[in-house]
Write a protein that binds this ligand. Structure first.
Ligand code: GLY
Length: 352
């Protein structure tokens, strides 16, 4: 088992190993003072893993209730969130009890936001079941739901009590969903880990997911410990996300987050090359690496369409937006860009 300890508002462990779902009961017994655990999951994940999780919790003496909502980003909304809060109230959940998020990023974000706000805060444990959630969404305490005006616009910073990634869940992950996680892994490499990129070029990520994920989570841990509330260094984790969120929004969220991030990384790197900030060879290697992991590197949306959608991005502050710009293989930096210049960045990113 690999353990990465995160020291944020409180200290917690991120554990990676095969078979961890069977130990969630013991983890919850450490994390929650009360005797009720509410498991939140979606219609893709619950049929596979809810019973095993509930059995583990019951084995430690918990009363278990579960809230299962339809799978998909379109359900990470205010209506599902309020239904979940009403469910917790009906189940008489107290501040001593806890929530278990069993699923991918949508489940983790929604459950975390409910945990942050129900009774002004109750504990929760993350059980990510996708690569993307394991390496990124479940760690670091960003919780949110989407609004009609944009993705993740209502949320809170609220750290989990523990994160357990059971590697056995990889076996049931559709190839498309695995590819989404690969985009986030490549993002970590591009931010600050050239050796990880070299490794991903040489081997297949699926051959060594534990070491690769631990490396990504350790990098995230370092950034979260420096900047838990996302006012500085943590923003590096947004590489590819500004234009990526534009791609997602233009597609009405039919293009998944990981694929949109892959496109966003390619475009911002191409723009950085054209501004003379990044060697052209980086773009060539990045594009080849994304393609190796079955990720897209281009979009048919116009610069104007993408620009309009990025204007509602959270990363915008007044008249500037902070872009994450690759400057070398395995190195990126933050660049404050006037919002008016963003259109030029996107145009240069699209230029072939
Ligand atoms: N997913 C980016 C962050 O947690 O900051």
């Amino acid at each position: 088992m690999t353990t990465v300890t995160v020291q944020a508002s409180h200290t917690y462990d991120v554990k990676i190993a095969r078979g961890l779902l069977a130990s969630v009961g013991q983890e919850a017994a450490r994390a929650f003072r009360g005797r009720t655990a509410a498991v939140v999951s979606d219609t893709n994940v619950a049929p596979r893993y809810l019973e095993a999780v509930a059995d583990s919790l019951k084995g430690e003496g918990f009363r278990v209730c579960s809230f299962v909502f339809p799978a998909g980003e379109e359900h990470k909304n205010g209506s599902t969130y309020l239904n979940l809060l009403e469910f917790l109230a009906q189940e008489h959940i107290t501040r001593a009890d806890g929530l278990i998020a069993l699923g991918g990023g949508v489940v983790g974000d929604l459950t975390g936001f409910a945990a942050a706000t129900f009774l002004r805060g109750i504990p929760f444990v993350q059980l990510p079941t996708t690569l993307l959630a394991a390496v990124d969404a479940s760690v670091g305490g960003k919780t949110a739901i989407d609004l009609r005006g944009g993705k993740n616009l209502a949320g809170a910073f609220y750290q989990p009590k523990a994160v357990l990634w059971d590697l056995a869940t990889l076996a049931t992950l559709p190839a498309e969903t695995f590819a989404d996680g690969c985009a986030e892994v490549i993002k970590y490499g591009m931010i600050g880990d050239a050796a990880l990129l070299d490794k991903l070029e040489k081997i297949d990520l699926a051959a060594d997911p534990e070491e690769v994920a631990a490396r990504c989570i350790a990098q995230k841990r370092d950034l979260v410990e420096q900047d838990e509330f996302d006012t500085g260094a943590r923003q590096l984790l947004n590489l590819g996300h500004t234009i990526g969120h534009g791609v997602e929004a233009c597609s009405d969220y039919t293009i998944s987050h990981g694929k949109a991030v892959a496109i966003g990384m390619t475009l911002v790197t191409r723009a950085a090359v054209s501004f003379g900030l990044c060697p052209a060879a980086v773009l060539v290697r990045l594009t080849a690496l994304l393609e190796k992991y079955h990720l897209p590197t281009a979009t048919d949306y116009t610069a104007r369409e993408l620009y309009e959608k990025t204007l509602s991005d959270k990363k915008r502050a007044g008249d500037t937006i902070t872009l994450v710009v690759p400057v070398a293989w395995g190195r990126s930096r933050l660049e404050k860009v006037p919002v008016g210049d963003l259109l030029t960045w996107i145009e240069r990113g699209l230029a072939q």
